[in-house]
Design a binder for this molecule. Structure first.
Ligand SMILES: C[S@@+](CC[C@H](N)C(=O)[O-])C[C@H]1O[C@@H](n2cnc3c(N)ncnc32)[C@H](O)[C@@H]1O
Length: 215
C-alpha cells in the first residue's frame, strides 16, 4: 500500500477547528488505527502519524498567518516540520510567492501533497532534514516542534542567529524557549483528547528574536 493509499484509507477530509478555511486528511477518532501504540504501528511499517492531526501550535500559527497575510505575501516561505501541511497551506492561501513544506516523514510529505490538492494550493515538499541548511527563504514557520529536547535544541541553534524572521506556534511544550521570544498572539485551540490531556490548549504565536551563535 502506498502512503497515499494509506492516507486515503485511514483519514478523512476535515477542517481544524481554528482554521475552517483549510481542509486536511485527518484522523477520525472512530478509526482504531490511531489508538494503536507506536510499537504496533512499527510492526506494520507505519511511523507515528503526526501528519494526521492539526497540532495546537500549527492551528494557532496558521490562524495568525491567515489573519496577517502581509507576513508572507510575495515571500518565499519554509514550513519546517510541516506534518499535515496546515501552516504551509495557510501561507500559500495568504499569498506566499512559494512554500516549501519540509518533513522527514514520507507519509507526511504524501499527506501534504494530497492536502495541497484538496485546497487547490501548490506547495513543494521535501523529506530532507533542513535544520542547519543555509536559509533560502524570507520567512520560516515552525508549528509545534518543541516537544523533544534534541529537536528543540537543533532548531534554536539554527534559527536563533539567522537573519530570517521565524514565527513559532506553541502550546507551552516542555522544550519551548523561555527567552528570546516575543509573544504576538494567543488562542484557545480546540484539540482532541486522543492527542492531548485536555480539550482546549492555550497556544501562543511568537517571533523568535535573534541570538548570537551558541547563545
Ligand atoms: C507535532 S508535529 C507538527 C506538525 C505541524 N507543524 C502542526 O503543527 O500541525 C511534528 C512534525 O515534525 C516532523 N519533524 C520532526 N523532526 C523533523 C526535522 N528534523 N525536519 C523536518 N520535520 C521534522 C515530524 O515528522 C512531524 O510531522
Amino acid at each position: 500500500m502506498t502512503p497515499e493509499d494509506f492516507i486515503k484509507a485511514n483519514a478523512a477530509l476535515m477542517s481544524p477547528p481554528l482554521v475552517p478555511e483549510i481542509k486536511l486528511h485527518l484522523a477520525t477518532e472512530v478509526v482504531p488505527l490511531w489508538r494503536a501504540t507506536e510499537e504496533e504501528l512499527a510492526e506494520i511499517g507505519v511511523p507515528p502519524p503526526y501528519w494526521a492531526f492539526a497540532w495546537a501550535g500549527g492551528q494557532a500559527l496558521a490562524r495568525y498567518v491567515l489573519d496577517h497575510p502581509e507576513l508572507v505575501t510575495g515571500k518565499r516561505v519554509l514550513d519546517i516540520g510541516s506534518g499535515s501541511g496546515l501552516v504551509g497551506l495557510a501561507a500559500s492561501r495568504a499569498g506566499a510567492a512559494s512554500v516549501l513544506a519540509a518533513d522527514i516523514d514520507a507519509f507526511a510529505c504524501a499527506a501534504i501533497t494530497l492536502n495541497a490538492a484538496a485546497n487547490a494550493c501548490t506547495i513543494a515538499t521535501t523529506q530532507d532534514d533542513l535544520i542547519g541548511a543555509p536559509p533560502a527563504w524570507d520567512v520560516i514557520l515552525v508549528g509545534d516542534l518543541f516537544y523533544e529536547r534534541p529537536l528543540a535544541e537543533r532548531l534554536l541553534e539554527w534559527l536563533g542567529p539567522l537573519d530570517v524572521p521565524a514565527l513559532l506556534g506553541d502550546p507551552g511544550r516542555t522544550y519551548f524557549p523561555k527567552t528570546n521570544v516575543e509573544k504576538l498572539a494567543s488562542y484557545s485551540v480546540q484539540t482532541t483528547r486522543d492527542l492531548e490531556d485536555r480539550e482546549i490548549r492555550e497556544t501562543g504565536v511568537y517571533q523568535l528574536q535573534r541570538s548570537k551563535p551558541g547563545g
